[in-house]
Design a protein around this ligand. Structure first.
Ligand code: NI
Length: 136
């Protein structure tokens, strides 16, 4: 019996979507106002889903306190109040779209969560726009 346990978290960050080799005009055509030269911010929400067997002794899939601490230390402390383009090395070469931020978060968390457990990350860039990644 697999059960999915979820934890929500939050961070604020700034970004600019652009491809270096493109002109400002071309970037504006493709990314719209998200390519604004002087950056802009989002209130990002994340949902981390951990799927696994319920431990017969503890009754838990994962200790939510542990999951909370992992998200706080490995994600929020790294991304909160940052300019993703300037402060995070990974995004010096990768466009910080919601898709790529979601993959970045998943890759960090995958190292922290037992491989036997499934991991899916949902990232909300706005209340209406969100992306999911589960490693596939
Ligand atoms: Ni944006």
């Amino acid at each position: 019996m697999k059960v999915t346990v979820s934890r929500k978290a939050h961070f604020n960050a700034a970004h600019r979507l652009f491809v270096k080799n493109w002109s400002d005009k071309k970037n504006m055509e493709i990314f719209g106002i998200c390519s604004n030269t002087n950056y802009h911010g989002h209130n990002y929400e994340i949902i981390v889903d951990i799927t696994g067997d319920v431990d017969p002794l503890t009754g838990m899939v994962i200790d939510l306190k542990d999951l909370k601490d992992i998200i706080k230390n490995k994600i929020e402390n790294i991304l909160d109040h940052k300019n993703l383009n300037l402060d995070i090395d990974y995004f010096k070469k990768v466009v910080p779209t919601a898709e790529n931020i979601c993959i970045f978060i998943w890759n960090i968390l995958r190292k922290e969560i037992e491989m036997a457990k499934g991991l899916e990350v949902t990232l909300f860039e706005t209340p209406r726009n969100f992306v999911k990644y589960n490693g596939n």
